[in-house]
Design a protein. Structure first.
Ligand code: MG
Length: 248
């Protein structure tokens, strides 16, 4: 890995920012705060099997970040050669959610609590930015991440017209935090999520937490990539310190 100051300097120059200020953290949920992607992929696969849609389990790791409706539309176009109707989106997503809830409970991602507690300690504003609309996980956040997300500081699939990889979710996250792109750090595990955050102009931290290799996250626009949330939590203070002290 290049050293952090080189990464930051390149990033600032490329974006024509004067500097980077770590004022707000915009944090993805599935595969970042929760080890939930395996269950999501399995729920999608089983729902599609029931619906007669031919898919593979692993392809859902690549669609991560898209809203349920977008994913269903993509599958319908590929398997049936037409767009999904709003009714199909609702019924099939409902079924996928039912299956997800029936699977063994997901756990918070190791290292994520340390990272988010650190953000609280240094006084960064925190916003959840997720493509999910599933209450089974959203409702657990106050218990698993106490004090991290204040009321209203979340962007879910219900709050956006365009899901990731469109920049809208992260732009809305910045609006909620009252910050500009150069004051934002995004934490993401999926290529489409990285693309959404990077296009919105956030300094985007990619974290490898599943089968997607780091090159995919770099290719999608991650400014820096860590191999786990634990590593991200360990390196985060150095990243913040270098952001605050860097002079170009
Ligand atoms: Mg994710």
């Amino acid at each position: 890995m290049k050293d952090i100051n080189t990464i930051l300097t390149d990033y600032i120059r490329r974006h024509h920012y004067s500097r980077l200020q770590p004022v707000a953290a915009l944090i993805d949920m599935d595969g970042t705060l929760y080890d939930s992607m395996g269950n999501h992929a399995e729920a999608w696969r089983r729902m599609c099997e029931e619906a007669g849609l031919e898919v593979t389990r692993d392809e859902f790791f690549l669609y991560e970040g898209m809203t349920g409706a977008q994913t269903i539309d993509l599958l319908m176009q590929r398997c049936r050669g037409r767009h999904a109707t709003p009714e199909e989106c609702e019924t099939l997503y409902h079924r996928k959610t039912e299956i997800f809830k029936s699977l063994p409970p997901v756990r918070p991602m190791p290292g994520a609590r340390e990272l988010t507690d650190l953000m609280v300690t240094v006084g960064m504003r925190r916003v959840l930015v997720t493509g999910s609309g599933q209450n089974s996980l959203l409702d657990r956040l106050p218990e698993d991440y106490p004090g991290v997300f204040l009321p209203g500081m979340r962007v879910t699939s219900r709050d956006v017209t365009h899901g990731k990889p469109h920049p809208e979710p992260y732009i809305r996250g910045m609006q909620l935090a009252g910050v500009s792109p150069s004051q934002s750090i995004a934490i993401e595990n999926a290529p489409l999520g990285v693309k959404s955050a990077a296009t919105a102009g956030a300094f985007t931290v990619g974290v490898v937490t599943g089968p997607i290799p780091r090159a995919e996250l770099e290719g999608a626009g991650a400014a820096i990539v860590f191999d786990s949330m634990k590593e991200c939590a360990e390196e985060f203070p150095t990243l913040l310190y270098n952001m605050l002290t860097l002079t170009i």
